[in-house]
Design a protein around this ligand. Structure first.
Ligand code: GTP
Ligand code: MG
Length: 198
């Protein structure tokens, strides 16, 4: 899958106002600061298409980016951001939940996981929730440049072990680094195949 064009379309707090379209859509979700916006920039090879920050809580809306005039990448706010108020957090959760449940052209949700951490309850719960909704998902390890090869393998095993406790079949799993552009081709091939299957 080659990317010829990538443009920001709209930013929303209400899923009703997302673009009316039947074009395939791929969303990125995960804890605040895990690297969702950075992955979108890596995939599109654009430095500032999605806004990134070292401070968690940067992305606060649903952001649509139109790729090759034919499909969308969607950047979502993070979950599990400790220092924002409960009320704001609940608002974001509802917004994300509504978007994920109601968006009919959503082909796949990439759940991003910080490769440096041991399996986190909040991520496992989110994966379970997505599974219960019957939504297609793929897991994406981020920031793998921060780990040595052996550490990365161990971290992946910790995750797959934790998941096999509840899941018979594991979702597709990608190892990425936006910093070093690792995993770009694999993720784009996966998207390309998913689009072709329609
Ligand atoms: P929110 O929008 O706040 O939920 O965060 P996000 O998940 O969109 O994360 P974002 O892409 O803004 O990145 C958060 C921080 O992690 C930034 O300081 C990035 O530079 C850094 N970061 C993202 N990806 C990588 C990576 O692959 N490697 C390294 N070393 N740092 C990364
Ligand atoms: Mg972001």
């Amino acid at each position: 899958m080659l990317i010829h064009s990538a443009e920001f379309i709209i930013s929303n707090t209400d899923y009703h106002k997302c673009p009316v379209t039947k074009l395939p859509e791929f969303a990125f979700i995960g804890r605040s600061n895990v690297g969702k916006s950075s992955v979108i920039n890596m995939l599109t090879q654009r430095k500032n298409l999605a806004k990134i920050s070292s401070t968690p809580g940067k992305t606060q809306t649903i952001n649509h980016f139109l790729i090759n005039q034919s499909w969308y990448l969607v950047d979502l706010p993070g979950y599990g951001y400790a220092t924002i108020s409960l009320k704001v957090k609940q608002g974001w959760s509802k917004m994300i939940e509504n978007y994920l449940i109601h968006r009919e052209n959503l082909f796949c949700t990439f759940i991003l996981i910080d490769s440096r951490l041991r399996p986190q309850k909040i991520d496992l719960e989110f994966i379970t929730w997505i599974g219960e909704q019957g939504l297609p998902m793929a897991l994406l390890f981020t920031k793998c440049d921060k780990l040595k090869k052996g550490e990365l393998a161990r971290s992946k095993k910790n995750y797959t072990d934790a998941l096999t406790e509840t899941w018979e079949e594991l979702p597709p799993f990608f190892i990425t680094s936006s910093e070093k552009r690792i995993g770009r081709n694999e993720v784009l091939d996966f998207i390309g195949k998913a689009i072709k299957q329609t």
